[in-house]
Design a protein around this ligand. Structure first.
Ligand SMILES: O=C(CO)[C@H](O)[C@H](O)COP(=O)(O)O
Length: 243
């Protein structure tokens, strides 16, 4: 099975968790796009759901395929969010934001009773940090924020290039009008400490560490679908089911 097919299979397995009448957060990225395509087929045959998209890109795809949309203003409490991720660790802490939608993705996930993350098995890691951590920052004071990010990382023993994300020769601008710094710190042993340190910097709007938000990961691999549930309480074990 190729990488795209694995994404389709993860998305298909997640669709089984979607019931009629649900208020759904809908993620961003190539895996989330596969979910939207499958969801649209169900909607076309009568499934009644309302979706809150996590990006303009996802909103456009939903409109094109006929998935009914709402906003978080109209629908501030959601039943379930389904989204992709750039990395997933065994506790279901995530790195997200490779597609630049981390701020809306985190707001939508936090407004949802449950978040299911869908991915192919290449996204599973023992320790987060192989994928550069996206950090959404205000345009004002960019250089000062970059320096503060590097200093915050250094205080935790982390170091590495922090680069402004570019697209077509211009800085990438998020749906919220901000910029993104991609921080290549390598392994992040204490995600909570890094999260706290980044949030202490005024120019940081959001970062791509999703801690305690995903309740379930649906991972597609050559051997089938693996469903991983987050521990309900710190210290309790994580269930692994292979279907
Ligand atoms: O966080 C994201 C967008 O901001 C995506 O979920 C993440 O980048 C994964 O994308 P893909 O499914 O294309 O690998």
């Amino acid at each position: 099975m190729d990488a795209r097919q694995l994404k389709v299979e993860a998305a298909r397995a997640a669709l089984a968790h979607v019931g009629s009448g649900m208020r759904l957060g809908i993620g961003t990225g190539t895996t989330a796009d596969e979910f939207v395509r499958l969801l649209a087929e169900k909607v076309a045959t009568g499934l009644a759901v309302i979706g809150v998209p996590t990006s303009e890109r996802t909103a456009a795809l939903c409109r094109e395929l006929g998935v009914p949309l709402s906003t978080l203003e109209e629908t501030p409490e959601l039943d379930l969010t389904i989204d992709g991720a750039d990395e997933i660790d065994p506790a279901l802490t995530l790195i997200k934001g490779g597609g630049g939608a981390l701020l809306r993705e985190k707001i939508v996930a936090a407004a949802s009773q449950r978040m299911i993350v869908i991915a192919d098995q290449s996204k599973m890691v023992e320790t987060l940090g192989r994928f550069p951590l996206p950090i959404e920052v205000n345009k004002f004071g960019l250089r000062a924020t970059e320096i503060a990010v590097a200093a915050a990382a250094a205080s935790l023993g982390l170091a590495g290039p922090v680069t402004l994300r570019m697209t077509g020769g211009q800085p990438f601008v998020t749906d919220g009008g901000h910029l993104i710094l991609d921080a290549s710190f390598g392994r992040i042993p204490d995600t909570r400490a890094l999260s706290n340190a980044l949030f202490a910097i005024p120019g940081v709007v959001e970062h791509g560490l999703f801690i305690g938000l995903a309740s379930t990961a649906i991972i597609a691999g050559g051997d089938g679908i693996q469903t991983v549930h987050a521990a309900r309480k710190p210290g309790s074990s994580i269930d692994h089911d292979v279907a």
